[in-house]
Design a protein around this ligand. Structure first.
Ligand code: ZN
Length: 332
């Protein structure tokens, strides 16, 4: 048995957050979720929709590595100082590769949740966007599904919802050669039907807990300010890190990104001096928890906290980060 995580010197007792494990008195109705799943499966099977059965899709996917498939929905809540960068609503020729190249130079992983609408058609704009997404994947970034047209899923019929999810998935697979297993519904809104489709297709639903409000025009300094305030508020509540949402659709976000990264690194200098746990920019692996931990239909509003590392993992990861911080903070 590994020791509890609180034995790590610079860690502190980790508060379990969110609604894990869900209590018997939870407000959702599992029978209703099951009924919806049956309706969704029937809708997907309807020939008019032209969308493959979940079983057929699974069979077609067999050669693909099931990385991040069948994970519990997460909004990034964690008692660890883990930060995952996610970028929505791309690709955009003016911004996306600037973001990716900066992250690659700094050795920071990220997930790009893309909309297929920007990659459809024979003209040079969508073709350029397809090459951008292929390049992101080749650089090692994770590509996630953010819906074909960025439609709000709530008002859609089941076959329209399936089209948003499945056609975007197929487009991403065609462009990158890899089936995306991460799904972020537009506006973070996941109606029952969409939750059922995501679950039937093995998608892992990814929310966020660190918004930056960069979807409205802001100065890069204001985006950093919003991020800092939210991070600090979470820290007071025992949620130390999480999933950051940014939008590479906007030039101000491209400018804000290095400010945000530099702020985190300067903050790490203070934490290092106090011998506290440091922030780490991590990939999605840290937030992925197999759905087998919670068998049965997952209610669409459920979000589960990230895994706790073993003491050995925490020591190794933090050791790397501390060596990096020592070099960075030693700069004049
Ligand atoms: Zn979006």
């Amino acid at each position: 048995m590994p020791e509890p995580a609180r034995a790590v010197r610079w860690g502190q007792t980790v508060a379990r957050v969110g609604n894990w494990p869900p209590s018997a008195s939870s407000s959702y109705d599992l029978a209703a979720v099951r009924r919806i799943l049956i309706v969704v499966a029937a809708t997907i099977a309807a020939p008019a929709g032209g969308v493959p059965l979940p079983e057929q899709a699974a069979a077609e996917r067999e050669p693909e590595p099931p990385q991040f498939a069948h994970g519990l929905p997460t909004n990034g809540e964690t008692g660890r100082r883990w930060l995952l960068l996610t970028f929505d609503d791309g690709p955009r020729p003016s911004n996306t590769l600037l973001v990716a190249r900066y992250l690659a130079r700094e050795g920071i992983p990220a997930v790009f949740f893309v909309n297929g609408i920007h990659m459809m058609g024979p003209t040079s704009y969508p073709q350029r966007n397809r090459r951008i997404v292929a390049e992101l994947a080749a650089m090692g970034f994770e590509i996630g599904n953010h819906g074909l047209t960025h439609a709000r899923l709530g008002p859609l019929l089941a076959h329209e919802t399936a089209k948003e999810i499945v056609e975007n998935e197929e487009l991403i697979a065609e462009v990158t050669g890899r089936v995306p297993w991460l799904f972020r519904p537009p506006y973070g809104s996941l109606p029952l039907v969409a939750a059922g489709i995501a679950e039937a297709r093995g998608l892992t639903v990814v929310g966020w807990n660190l918004g930056t409000a960069d979807f409205i025009e802001q100065s890069p300094q204001d985006i950093l300010h919003t991020f800092r305030k939210r991070l600090e508020k979470h820290e007071e509540e025992g949620v130390r890190g999480g999933i950051i949402v940014l939008h590479d659709a906007h030039p101000w976000t491209v400018e804000a990104l290095p400010l945000l990264v530099d702020w985190v690194r300067r903050r790490n200098c203070e934490l290092l001096a106090r011998d506290e746990e440091l922030y780490e920019f991590v990939d999605f692996r840290r937030f992925w928890v197999p759905r087998g931990r919670h068998p049965g239909p997952t209610p669409p509003d459920a979000r589960f906290p990230a895994n706790e590392p073993t003491v050995g993992e925490a020591l190794a990861w933090q050791g790397r980060e501390r060596r990096r911080a020592e070099r960075y903070c030693g700069r004049p």
